[in-house]
Unconditional design. Structure first.
Lengths: 347, 347
DNA sequence: ATGAAAGCGCTAACAT
DNA sequence: ATGTTAGCGCTTTCAT
């Protein structure tokens, strides 16, 4: 920058002013500086700027697994919107080891990021609590947590509604794909969606059968397919599968087909998230949709607001929660009254 | 750091030594310093370190669209492996605007990254050429480009092989889904895969029908489905679809099913990349597979080698190219001899 | 094995 | 509207 200043016959500060645009610079001066920058092929050093300003313009995003359809969709939307706001995005994955979530949060300060968007798998209140001097954190997705800003859809209500829809089609033995109640160590998302499912059963006067609460080890298509195959092998009769994510539903569709069961004639299937593929499965999948861009812009708005608080040395306000509205998208996978899966052999 | 030094009764340099581990520190001193760091909840400032060292420990990754299954898979693998190597990963998307690719490369220096992994959509030689003083760049995927390191699978050969496989099943009118020959502005990947397809037809003594080279505007499931629907509407007979990516094949499966055509009884379908979902479609998809981890570790190895060159102030060696082996994965979507789609109406 | 001093590139504060 | 000064937090000489 000194070189540019010298070539343009100004001081480094003026070059800085031209770059940041914060302070007015006379037109002629600006042009000379600009010419000098072009001439020298000058690019500002963001490390230095970051050191000086205490802000890097990078936000961190931590998702369970970037290869999962929903996370990928989210990642795409975040990058797109962050780019529009002049922010770069650094990604981390949290699903590999359970401790990684805590590690990530506690070391967030070191990682050159101004703030963190975190989609926790099983974050407990304590994690945020234990760590002080954090950069702003926005939690997305379900988590019982009141120390940090949050953006989420009302999973419990959505799950109840989609279960009610399946009930309205005549299903009575509905499998919940994504996890049984398992205390604290289960996935937060799974917990709430299971509660919604149970709400619907209770309201319909049905008893919940624990055999129909199907745990899935790996939340992948293959993991879900294996879980449904095991359910079939256990000879448990059922006439619908309410999956806690679209990815799990994809696995269910596959396993049911391999078993010779038809969707929706024999078994109804629903998902959650409405990823692109959900509209193109065979049959297309009934699922819960919400506007991805609203979801992401709410998260970025919350972060930005915190940035400004800090810049203005204002006190941090109380944590905010934004609920993104959801809606049911009805497709062929629930069009009809299911005949049900009736085990043929002995259990 | 000064505070830590003071509390531990040493100089800042010693604290630095403890942190980096580069220089030996006496055991007792190390412990005192460590205790002081814990006491003060000290975290090193990476901006400062980056400024001083000229390296940030962040690499940039530019992919066309993070929501696409293949990109998402790649992103996942990159984050995972970079994490193991102590690198953080910053993502950008390039598909939105065509100019973004060039923008990205030319501004790479500003973005706090030590190196760039770029999956170009249509990068021409000139882009790298025009930009000087770049950080190390590794290109992944197809691109005619000899100025930067590259990692790729031999798309042309793979495409020829999968087309030959479809021919061996008896298909004769094979649609290529992903783009016709369109000169310089087409996608590099599409170009090579089309060439492989044409190679196979030629070797089989078949004439290529331009009507069967189906352009896809948006490389999404929906875009591919629309393109296949349009092909059907044009009343062009065909008995197989060789799609240039799995995502495109998913769209084809959907469109064919909606049109009442069965796969593989009426039409064979193949994909490319072997993303997870390819094994779970109805029917499961024959596709081209390659080991994702090898692909990514080759890219990271190339980058790391360049980092070391620069650190050692050695001259940059000539650019390297690593070809990752591929293999055909045969699944049900090509099991059988297709009856073919025979238009019923008049064209 | 440890310390002292200097400087990486930038910008906020203050001066002009 | 522009220049001067100082310092962000770290690490690399060079001493000791």
């Amino acid at each position: 920058m000194k070189d540019v200043a010298q070539l343009a016959g100004v001081s480094p500060k003026t070059v800085s002013n031209v770059l940041t645009g914060a302070v007015a610079v006379r037109e002629g001066t600006r042009e000379r500086v600009q010419a000098a920058m072009d001439e020298l092929d000058f690019v500002p050093n963001l490390s230095a700027r970051g050191l000086r300003n205490g802000r890097t313009g990078i936000i961190g995003v931590a998702l369970p697994d970037l290869a999962t359809a929903f996370s990928a969709d989210l990642a795409h939307t975040i990058v797109e919107q962050a780019h529009e706001r002049g922010l770069a995005v650094q990604f981390e994955e949290t699903a590999a080891e359970p401790e990684r979530e805590h590690d990530l949060v506690s070391r967030a300060r070191t990682h050159l990021i101004d703030g963190l968007i975190l989609n926790p798998v099983r974050l407990e209140d304590s994690v945020i609590e234990r760590v002080d001097h954090l950069p702003p954190v926005v939690l997305i997705g379900e988590v019982e947590q009141h120390r940090a800003d949050r953006v989420y859809v009302d999973s419990r209500v959505a799950s109840r509604e989609i279960t009610e829809h399946v009930l309205s089609r005549g299903a009575r033995r509905i499998a919940a794909l994504g996890g049984a109640v398992r205390g604290q160590d289960g996935k937060a998302t799974a917990g709430l969606r299971l509660l919604g499912y149970l709400d619907a059963l209770r309201d319909a006067g049905l008893e919940a059968d624990p055999q129909l609460q199907v745990d899935v080890e790996q939340w992948t298509i293959g993991g879900a397919a294996a879980a449904v195959e095991e359910l079939l092998a256990r000879q448990v009769p059922f006439d619908a599968v309410v999956a806690f994510t679209d990815t799990l539903a994809f696995g269910a569709l596959h396993a049911l087909h391999r078993a010779g069961l038809r969707v929706p004639e024999d078994v109804l299937v629903t998902g959650f998230d409405d990823v692109e593929h959900a509209a193109f499965t065979l049959p297309p999948l009934t699922t819960v949709a919400f506007t991805r861009t609203d979801y992401v812009s709410a998260a970025l708005d919350l972060l930005s607001a915190r940035f400004e608080e800090r810049a203005g040395r204002r006190d941090d306000g109380p944590s905010q929660a934004v609920v993104i509205p959801h809606r049911l998208v009805l497709r062929e996978s629930t069009q009809g009254t299911p005949a049900g899966y009736v085990p043929t052999g002995s259990p």
